[in-house]
Design a protein around this ligand. Structure first.
Ligand code: NAP
Ligand code: HSE
Length: 428
């Protein structure tokens, strides 16, 4: 008998599932040891149901979730609606009804994952979400299974397809921000509210999940500081190129002496760093570990088919475990108390772009501010000097978060200087 699936939502990702189930049927059935059948699909209202039916989608569309949750024949519920509510309520009810759940909802998992994982464990059911991080890249299972013998020390990732696509189009092809965002939405890369993509929020959700799989630590979303691509100016891009860097939105999770630190920020990457050549909708997760050393996992971070492929892989895994009689094992078994790093232990080189009065002694004054915080310069560049004001760009040697905060505070409170931007720089 077929394993019956209830889909919650039929948008970009969900509507890619039938393609895989059909085109890759033989392999999927062989791996699952069962046939898989989409039994019911939840849509918002009757109008949406009529629209989908008249477009040739011959599924059993329902508008009341209880028709799926109380259907004893449905074994697996696949949530692909996005956002927190009502997804959280529906998943909770599905787990309570002892249904196995697959989701790609990083917003929900990053904020309420611990609660849902605990419920799934209590109920002895599966809760899998490979597609929640980096779309088509099978990074969560890789961390949970293949890297189980290794100790991960740092994960750096280009984790948002939309903003990487936008940056690539804007920097390499001169597109406007608006055109790049519109195209990312049309291609199905962006979240329903693209603010999450461009402000680094989506990548920060992924950093929370990566911290659980890579470091065993369930950190709060609020512990992940985030800045998005909207803070990058064309001038920053030009200076980065001049100094031999590429700017990308990078998630950085590392374990320091005192604990874990996670952040998402525009980052200057040396041109020869493997992450620097990750362009368009591609994502990559660069893992530093004591065993393998450095490894990178690369692929499409968003889009219908890549993401649906990860979702279907979770479904197949559940079907197979059901057939083998070992369902209920946690997706990620690595867990230890979450301890946040002391800001003094979180260190990086930094880029500062500062407007100063164009007069004698200003560089010296800047040098004094940095020197008071024991910061030293790696590179310094003065440009756009017009007699009134000049732009000074400084790349420092390693600074701690504490030093960075003190320097920022001094620059912002000094009326002579205007701090345009400061970004992390990965050492060359
Ligand atoms: P989407 O295209 O917006 O699809 C979501 C669908 O769910 C929409 O049709 C939406 O209808 C429907 N929906 C929302 N609330 C509903 C409700 N209460 N009842 C029934 N239907 C409801 O989103 P998506 O891109 O497929 O993303 C789905 C999930 O996958 C999200 O969690 C997203 O973060 C994640 N994800 C997406 C990608 C990607 O590349 N797109 C990659 C990785 C992960 P309306 O449009 O009418 O609201
Ligand atoms: N909106 C997300 C992105 C989808 O652009 O990366 C994949 O999580």
């Amino acid at each position: 008998m077929a394993i019956k699936i209830g889909l919650l939502g039929f948008g970009t990702v969900a509507s890619g599932i039938p393609f895989l189930l059909e085109e890759n049927k033989d392999k999927i059935v062989a791996a699952s040891k069962e046939t898989l059948e989409i039994a019911k699909v939840l849509v918002k209202d009757e109008a949406e149901k009529d629209r989908l039916l008249s477009a040739g989608n011959h599924y059993n569309f329902v508008t009341n979730v209880d028709e799926i949750l109380s259907d004893p024949e449905i074994t697996i519920v696949v949530e692909l609606m996005g956002r927190i509510e009502p997804a959280k309520t529906f998943i909770t009810k599905a787990l309570e009804a002892k249904k196995h759940v697959v989701s790609a909802n990083k917003d929900l998992i990053a904020v309420h994952g611990s609660e849902l994982i605990a419920l799934a464990q209590k109920q002895g059911v599966a809760f899998y979400y490979e597609a929640a991080v980096a779309g088509g890249i099978p990074i969560l299972r890789t961390l949970a299974n293949s890297l189980t013998s290794d100790k991960v020390t740092r994960i750096l990732g280009v984790l948002n397809g939309t903003s990487n696509f936008m940056m690539t189009k804007m920097v390499d092809e001169g597109w406007t921000y608006e055109d790049a965002l519109k195209t990312a939405q049309e291609l199905g890369y962006a979240e329903s509210d693209p603010t999450n993509d461009v402000e680094g929020i989506d990548a920060a959700y992924k950093a929370v999940i990566l911290s659980q799989f890579g470091f065993g630590m369930a950190i709060d979303f609020d512990a992940v500081s985030h800045k998005g691509i909207s803070t990058i100016t064309p001038d920053d891009v030009a200076v980065a190129q001049q100094l031999g860097y590429v700017i990308k939105l990078v998630g950085d999770i590392q374990e320091t002496e005192s604990g874990i630190s996670a952040e998402v920020s525009p980052t200057f990457l040396p041109k020869d760093h493997p992450l620097a050549s990750v362009n368009g909708v591609m994502n990559a997760v660069f893992v530093e570990s004591i065993g393998i050393g450095e490894s990178m996992y690369y692929g499409p971070g968003a889009g219908q088919k890549p993401t649906a492929t990860s979702v279907v892989a979770d479904i197949v895994r559940i079907a197979r475990r059901l057939s083998d009689g070992n369902i209920g094992k946690s997706f990620n078994e690595y867990s230890r108390p979450a301890v946040l790093a002391n800001p003094e232990d979180v260190k990086s080189d930094y880029y500062f772009s500062i407007i100063t009065p164009d007069q004698q002694g200003q560089i010296l004054r800047l040098a004094e501010i940095f020197n008071q915080e024991n910061a030293s310069f790696k590179q310094i560049l003065q440009q756009k000097s017009n007699g009134k004001e000049a732009q000074v760009v400084i790349v420092t040697h390693r600074l701690s978060k504490t030093q960075l905060a003190a320097i920022t505070e001094k620059l912002e409170s000094d009326t002579d200087f205007k701090l345009l931007n400061s970004f992390k720089v990965l050492g060359k």
